[in-house]
Design a protein around this ligand. Structure first.
Ligand SMILES: [Zn+2]
Length: 258
């Protein structure tokens, strides 16, 4: 384990360091393609989301290059030679989504019992503004943040508000999030890319549950929304064209789309 202030490594760091060691031992040379994500996940007994985080971290460290549609390639021996493991660059984006699902679903359930009429009206305004922005093809990230922040505030619990705020702040400070966000932007115009549509429907469902003061419906609606966000992140950061080519062959008959 790493000495110093880090007590335990994040899971994606452990995976990244295992791969750095394999590259250092000559298992993969510069120019080599790393094994497919599915295979790495099985070999290292971690989820594909963790492999995805490790790869993004390795790319930020300059050790590999993610070529969407081709795979992940080792690009720097020099960097590997002087590297004694990747730096801690904050929680992984999929770790954050998992934590947000936990906190924000419960926050929505609590908010359903405490939210004011005025706050419901404000959420309605935010939903309408988000629809307008998305239909105009404009970025709706700030308005999305407002929506989630208003629900946190409606819990009337300052500890919940600050925990949720901190998770959102990680997004703006994290280089891994920036990288993932760039991948999402690249894919935004692709057919079948439905995060925006999901978001509008999901937010409305959450608002309706809050309006009905139905705690369990609000919890489920928020959970579903964040599941959609997670799916979109996984889809945006898909790398293994070869790995994914199997269902694609079937999909020429209209079967096999995810
Ligand atoms: Zn949202």
């Amino acid at each position: 384990m790493v000495s110093g202030s880090t007590i335990t490594k994040r899971l994606y760091q452990e995976v990244a360091d295992t791969l750095i060691a394999a590259i250092g031992e000559g298992e993969y040379a510069v120019g080599d393609r790393l094994p497919a994500e599915r295979k790495l996940a099985a070999n290292l007994s971690v989820s594909r989301a963790t492999i995805r985080e490790a790869m993004i971290a390795l790319e930020i460290s300059g050790l590999v290059e993610i070529r969407t549609g081709s795979g992940i390639f080792v690009i720097s021996e020099a960097a590997i030679a002087k590297s004694s493991g990747i730096h801690d660059i904050g929680p992984g984006p999929f770790e954050l989504i998992e934590a947000r699902t936990l906190f924000e679903s419960e926050a929505a359930a609590i908010a359903a019992t405490r939210i004011s009429e005025l706050e419901l009206q404000e959420l309605d305004r935010v939903c309408k503004e988000m629809t307008r922005l998305m239909e105009a093809g404009e970025l709706a990230e700030d308005i999305d943040h407002q929506f989630h922040h208003l629900i946190a505030l409606a819990t009337r619990n300052s500890a919940i508000v600050s925990t949720i705020n901190q998770m959102w702040e990680f997004r703006t400070r994290m280089p891994m999030w920036g990288k993932l966000h760039a991948l999402i932007s690249q894919r935004q115009g692709e057919p079948g890319w439905s995060l925006d549509r999901h978001t509008i429907v999901d937010h409305r469902r959450i608002l309706n549950a809050l309006r009905a003061r139905d705690a369990s419906a609000a919890r489920e609606a928020m959970r579903l929304h964040l599941d959609h966000v997670k799916e979109a992140l996984l889809k945006a950061s898909e790398i293994d064209a070869i790995d994914l080519s199997v269902p694609q062959i079937v999909s020429s008959n209209g079967i096999g789309n995810d």
